[in-house]
Design a protein around this ligand. Structure first.
Ligand code: FAS
Ligand code: PHB
Length: 390
């Protein structure tokens, strides 16, 4: 078999890259370890920057997003039993974010790929990128009881944090940076109306909480939890009680409880691998970097990587130029590190750390109090939250 670009991973990064390349006639094959249903069942991100929305429009997959996505012009910060709204649009000359679940983004992309008759191989094993340090890259893998090989021009490693692409980097060629956080996020989905029309990020001495949503009737909530907690440690009742303890009374009174239909715990880490290119192998999305979800950047960073990589492939195939390919890693990492910093800052300001004593709690509250009363500080948060220019 032969194709122009083999994409490893059928998550948002791989699917979006495949859709954009299809739009300019570049052939791809996506190799995916999981089943189609498993990929579509994942519940993850919920907030899209405008740059991500624009890219989904460009990929021709934004019809449902336009109909069902919720434009949000503000977020609220809660601390010391107070609630402060940040008017994102007023602080960023009219920009906003869109609330639309990653699950829906993945479904829209996957259905568009299938409608276009484009090839995705699910449930593959032993995927191995090779030859990418020379002129004949290929990917070998097992599927359906047989071994296969796809020769290609380029390999896009879009296989997430636990994938094989980053592991395939030549020995000594990779520099990694990591910060693991001593807590996780317990998230639930429930068919109940959201407590607030916009997102609420809450700092509390008991720990962080986040009120989000998927629709006017479906809420997404998170509470910070100990890193070694298990989902079975958290009954719905315990979750609702803990969430309400961490919110200002005005928000607590608006929380509608109900049975959760999804409950999971995600660990939090900051991670960056440099560079994001090894010859004909390019890393994009979580394969190259991870951010704590506090800044709502993970999915959006995957999208900006894909934008840069797509533009580089486009210039290569259309004009024979390698400039975009040569600049990809540096261009992507420049934006990645700014998002990593913002996500780290939001996490540090809003979460209870093991060494956060009474003094530390008051310092966090003072930082938040300064932030919500300073236009300069609020604008700095807002311009990062809506997404820095791509
Ligand atoms: P993904 O991990 O989504 O996709 C990678 C794909 O590659 C997967 O389908 C995987 O099965 C496949 N794969 C892996 N190894 C393979 C192999 N060897 N061969 C073939 N295929 C392979 N971001 C936010 O902005 N907000 C959030 O609230 C948020 N919550 C999250 C919760 C969790 C539990 C996780 C894990 C992430 C969360 N994220 C969040 C980040 C998340 O949204 C990612 O940024 C986003 O999924 C990145 O997309 P991809 O880079 O496509 O990686
Ligand atoms: C979500 O809705 O899942 C969500 C929203 C904002 C975040 C993280 C997660 O910062």
């Amino acid at each position: 078999m032969r194709t122009q670009v083999v994409i490893i991973g059928s998550g948002p990064a791989g699917l979006l890259l495949g859709q954009l390349l299809a739009g300019i006639g570049v052939d791809t094959i996506i190799l995916e370890r999981s089943t189609r249903d498993h990929v579509l069942a994942r519940v993850r991100a919920g907030v899209l920057e405008q740059g991500t929305v624009d890219l989904l429009e460009q990929a021709g997959v934004a019809r449902r997003l336009r109909a069902e996505g919720l434009p949000h012009h503000g977020i609220s910060l809660a601390f010391d039993n107070r609630l402060h709204r940040l008017d994102l649009s007023a602080l960023t000359d009219g920009k906003h974010v869109t609330v639309y679940g990653q699950t829906e983004v993945t479904r829209d992309l996957m259905e568009a790929r299938e409608a276009g008759g484009l090839a995705t191989c699910f449930e593959v094993t032993n995927v191995a990128p090779a030859g990418f340090d020379g002129s004949s890259p290929f990917v070998s893998f097992d599927h359906g009881g047989a071994s296969h090989r796809i020769d290609c021009d380029y390999i896009a490693g879009c296989d997430g944090f636990h994938g094989v692409s980053r592991q395939a980097a030549p020995a000594g060629a990779l520099k990694t940076y990591e910060r693991r956080y001593p807590f996780g996020w317990l998230g639930v989905l429930a068919e109940v109306p959201p407590a607030d029309a916009e997102l609420v990020y809450a700092n509390h001495a008991r720990g962080f909480a986040l009120c989000s949503m998927r629709s006017p009737t479906r809420s997404r909530y998170y509470v910070q939890c100990p890193i070694d907690d298990r989902v079975e440690d958290w009954s719905d009742q315990r979750f609702w009680d803990e969430l309400r303890r961490r919110l200002p009374e005005t928000v607590t009174d608006a929380v509608t409880t109900g049975p959760s239909f999804e409950k999971s715990i995600a660990p939090l880490r900051s991670f960056v691998a440099e560079p994001m290119r090894f010859g004909k192998l390019f890393l994009a999305g979580d394969a190259a970097h991870i951010v704590p979800p506090t800044g709502a950047k993970g999915l959006n960073l995957a999208a900006s990587d894909v934008r840069y990589l797509f533009e580089a492939f486009r210039d290569h195939y259309a004009e024979g130029s390698s400039a975009g390919l040569d600049a990809y890693s540096q261009r992507a990492l420049s934006r990645v590190w700014k998002a990593v910093r913002f996500s780290w800052w939001m996490t540090t300001m809003l979460h209870r750390f093991p060494d956060t004593d009474d003094f530390g709690q008051r310092i966090q509250e003072a930082e938040l109090d300064y932030l919500v009363h300073s236009r300069a500080a609020s604008a700095a948060l807002a311009e990062n939250y809506v997404g820095l220019p791509v």
